[in-house]
Design a protein around this ligand. Sequence first.
Ligand SMILES: O=C(O)CCC(=O)C(=O)O
Ligand SMILES: [Fe+2]
Length: 351
Amino acid sequence: MPVPTLPPFPNNVPTHPLLVIDYELLKSGDSKEKDRLWSAATELGFWYLKNHGADESVNGMFDMGADTMNLPMEEKMKFDQGDDGLSFGYKAPGACTVDVSGSLDTVEFLNIAKDDALSYPQVSRRTYPHTVNDQMNPTVIPFVRKSLEVNDLVLAIFNEKLGLPGGTLDNLHTAGGEFSGCEARLIKAPAGLKAGNLALAAHTDFGSLSFLHNRLGGLQVLPPGVEEWQYVKPVPGHAICNVGDALSILSGGILRSNIHRVVPPPGEQSKFERWSLVFFSRPGNSVLLQALTDQSPMIANAVENSDNTINFNTGETAEQWFMRRVKNKRTNNYKGPETWLASRGTERGRA
Ligand SMILES: O=C(O)CCC(=O)C(=O)O
Ligand SMILES: [Fe+2]
């Protein structure tokens, strides 16, 4: 993708600082860095990650994403994610709602299942446009592998901090070996959106960990106890990482799945298309989303003392949770406010 010179992030908008965590230090087992990660993940649920080593594959993914989004709409729609709750594939602008009254979204998505990338050329979940297939080996697979490496290390640190038996979170995720909702997502938001036009509604992420790369501002968080949305400033070479609902529920709320949204980029940046790339790590499809109280006294204690704003015994598997949320956001399925409510996760009752 030819990278235009982007205007700087303005310094007159409210921003929220994030802790900067050094992936290399985490990898070397540095206990201070693990403590800092733990603070970030339990207090806000968002942090910057530097020295992650993914930049080359991230750039390749943005190029592949541009080639794919430039395909004719008719071609992209052959790979549409559909209305049944499966996320993998293409999502056209306006295919999802962004609020309770059914307003339409403005962004395009391309979602690639981890299971398809790792089994390529064998199809595990669905097929993709040729622009994706052409880049599977040089770009998509390295990006997916790197993202899994990063997220798996973070999960292992949380496993230790939560006092869970060794390998518990790993087994509920990639090591379990079953299909999951893990996916890479490219997001393209058009240039020149009006200030009130949400690109992504206020939400919590569905899965366990999100590894996000963006260039322009627009991502905002609502930190605990704060009334005003605050921007997360993009910092070159720094990924933005956050905890999602699944991990928050498994940990009895100790790990925080914070509400966030995407608005048009601030100031001069609003004149440019906004591209972002996320890798979402999610539990294996059959994993029941409930707090792991039997396996960690710390989690049992957290649930015991919780204020009940979050349901830690959902009765849904990771797959059911994920499909319910995706399905009820599809515009074609929108029947009224009840559909929007049915798409909600732990943000229900919080936003
Ligand atoms: O585009 C961004 O900066 C954030 C994307 C996001 O929150 C999501 O896809 O869940
Ligand atoms: Fe998100």
